[in-house]
Design a protein around this ligand. Structure first.
Ligand SMILES: Nc1ncnc2c1ncn2[C@@H]1O[C@H](COP(=O)(O)OP(=O)(O)OP(=O)(O)O)[C@@H](O)[C@H]1O
Ligand SMILES: [Mg+2]
Length: 604
């Protein structure tokens, strides 16, 4: 509990830093607003007492009108400040929300890839986003009026205590149990939401699957609509059942709690009537006292409500802060030690020459998995060497490539670049030296130029470089057929005039993106899997040229291209079981020879 409140100063600091002047004004307006009900009660008492005196022929009309004027002005000010406060608060909150979203997005791309491999991470991300979208604004809205309500309550309590100590005590005794009950149920609701996060994400996934374009054809063909809908409903209703049960229990508890409050309220009213009957109160004090009780109850309910809402919201804010802190905590794998700005000697990748990369006893397993994907693996990619990495599905080829690219860090052993461990180098500088076509390459829904240019942002507007990369990969033929050439938007998810491509055409764009990179080390993970035979032959013809002066790791199931490499490495269950030239491995008659013979048989 205490832990939760510790987040409040942090929140206040962040908020204040955003707009100090606006916050000071809103704060002052809130405080003034908090004093208004007390001014109203005092003015009311004087207005009534003066009016009664007037009726009895002893009053002072001038004073009566003066207090009446004060009452009207106090009323007007308290109402007029409301829209101004709301308007200013809206500006502050909008700024706060924008900044927090920016931080969330920036964070997502800076986290080590390893961190992003667990469902737990996506649960956390989901909660963090929900924290911003649904709760952050609510937290601010509940937070801001709290001081005003507090001042109102304290002022009215003191006013009532001047009449009788029993009045505020009885009022508080009636209100506090209800507050505690609601608080307990807020906590239960938060726990339930935590528990439901994985189900909620699965529900979102199913909903998204039913409307996602890539799945539309399969869903129709296999008639999956009803099945998916059934699964969605089962999850939805299971969650709803639990939520309804909790909501019902809450209502029951609150109804019981409210009885105590009603008894206390009745006692207070009876007490006030008794006081006037005994002649201890003037008519004005009686009216003001009744008004003060009502105003106090309203303000106290709003105060308790505000505190509860804020307490509840702080849970969600905790999720957000925990997400934003992920990097510092490094709870899954460590962050690369150097930042992009850090140019110190320790962070520099040595030299501009093509590096030698070595895997030394590298073991790697994905977070949450017991089985190592790479198991004490040793491999050297010599400077300027072309290595073909082959092996069955799931052997660990893509994983090895991602480790080489510095996207994952080894659990044991090390990867060295020119003899220095990748863990000690500037990972960002290293990534600038490497390029890749990933097996699951991205199809950016932007222009053809940008699809290639994203491989090297410095060359985004360098027409000659973009065209050269497109020529090498065969993408230029694809682009020549587009209505606006390189400026054509690819994909039709967001643009009516967009042009969608076939899988092979997309892959040519991905290849061009890698070629634009000027990388010294190039990883090609199934770069021609979707290409037709002519395009594939063309890519491998170019491969000889473009791989000159680079180290290349080529991963392919089509073993026809393996002889193009200087060395073939066969990966099996996370270890290298065979390596050598095509000729050597065929003569050896091992696993590679079997695989090659199997494929070759198709073409005979
Ligand atoms: N993100 C991930 N999280 C957990 N396990 C993973 C992840 N990606 C891959 N794996 C597991 O790691 C093993 C190796 O996968 P990897 O993708 O490296 O194989 P691959 O040799 O590239 O296979 P393919 O030929 O099918 O592309 C597989 O058993 C797979 O289940
Ligand atoms: Mg793979």
């Amino acid at each position: 509990m205490a832990n939760k409140w510790q987040k409040l100063p942090h929140l206040l600091r962040v908020l204040y830093a955003l707009a100090p002047r606006d916050i000071a004004i809103v704060g002052a307006l809130h405080l003034a607003f908090g004093l208004m009900p007390i001014a109203l009660v005092i003015a009311l008492r004087h207005v009534v007492d003066h009016a009664v005196a007037l009726i009895q022929g002893q009053g002072n009309l001038h004073m009566t009108l003066l207090w009446l004027g004060g009452l009207v002005i106090a009323c007007y000010l308290s109402w007029a400040s409301m829209p101004i406060r709301e308007w200013m608060a809206y500006g502050i909150l909008a700024r706060f929300k924008a900044r927090t979203h920016e931080r969330l997005l920036a964070k997502a791309s800076r986290l080590p890839l390893q961190v992003c491999e667990t469902p737990r991470f996506y649960d956390q991300l989901h909660r963090a986003h929900r924290g911003v979208d649904e709760r952050l604004l609510a937290t601010m809205e509940s937070l801001m009026p709290i001081p005003a309500h507090f001042i109102t309550c304290m002022g009215l309590l003191i006013y009532l205590a001047t009449i009788s100590y029993a009045l505020p005590l009885a009022l508080l005794a009636g209100l506090i149990p209800g507050h505690l009950i609601e608080r307990k149920y807020d906590q239960k609701r938060y726990q339930l939401i935590q528990k439901h996060t994985p189900s909620q994400r699965r529900l979102d996934y199913l909903g998204d699957l039913m409307i996602r374009r890539e799945a539309a054809a399969e869903i129709r063909l296999f008639g999956l609509e009803n099945e998916l809908q059934k699964r969605w409903q089962a999850l939805f209703f299971a969650m709803r059942q639990e939520r309804l049960r909790l909501a019902f229990a809450r209502v029951r508890a609150i109804i019981t709690g409210v009885i105590g409050d009603q008894i206390a309220y009745s006692l207070v009213l009876t007490g006030i009537v008794a006081l006037i009957a005994r002649g201890s109160l003037s008519v004005g004090s009686y009216v003001a006292c009744m008004d003060a009780v009502v105003l106090f109850r309203d303000a106290a309910l709003m105060l308790f409500n505000g505190i509860r809402t804020m307490e509840d919201d702080l849970h969600y804010l905790g999720d957000l802060l925990a997400y934003l802190k992920l990097e510092e905590e490094g709870n899954v794998g460590a962050m690369p030690p150097c930042s992009p700005e850090d140019t110190s000697a320790e962070c520099k990748v040595q030299g501009d020459r093509v590096p030698e990369v070595r895997f030394e006893g590298v073991t790697f397993r994905y977070p949450g998995s017991d089985t190592p994907v790479l198991d004490r693996l040793n491999l050297t990619l010599h400077a300027g060497e072309r290595v073909a990495l082959v092996g069955e599905n799931g052997a660990g080829k893509t994983t090895l490539a991602k480790l080489l690219l510095g996207l994952y860090l080894p659990e044991e052993g090390q990867i060295t670049v020119n003899g220095r461990s990748l863990a000690d180098l500037d990972i960002f500088a290293w990534r600038k030296m490497v390029g890749a076509v990933f097996q699951d390459y991205t199809r950016y829904q932007i222009t053809a130029r940008e699809n290639i240019g994203f491989g090297n942002l410095h060359r985004l507007y360098d027409d000659a470089a973009i065209r050269a990369a497109a020529d090498k990969s065969g993408a230029s033929e694809v682009i020549a057929g587009l209505s606006q050439g390189y400026e054509t938007v690819l994909g039709r998810l967001y643009d009516e005039s967009g042009h969608d491509l076939s899988m092979g055409q997309w892959q040519k764009l991905a290849l061009a993106r890698a070629y634009l990179r000027d990388a010294q080390v190039l990883v090609l993970d199934e770069p021609t899997a979707a290409l037709d035979a002519r395009a594939e032959v063309e890519v491998y013809r170019q491969f000889q040229d473009m791989s000159r002066g680079k180290s290349v790791l080529l991963i392919s199931h089509r073993l026809g291209c393996a002889p193009l490499a200087d060395r073939i490495v066969f990966l099996e269950r996370g270890q290298i079981t065979e390596e050598g030239s095509h000729q050597t491995l065929v003569q050896k008659g091992g696993r590679y020879a079997d695989m090659f013979a199997l494929q070759a048989a198709w073409y005979q």
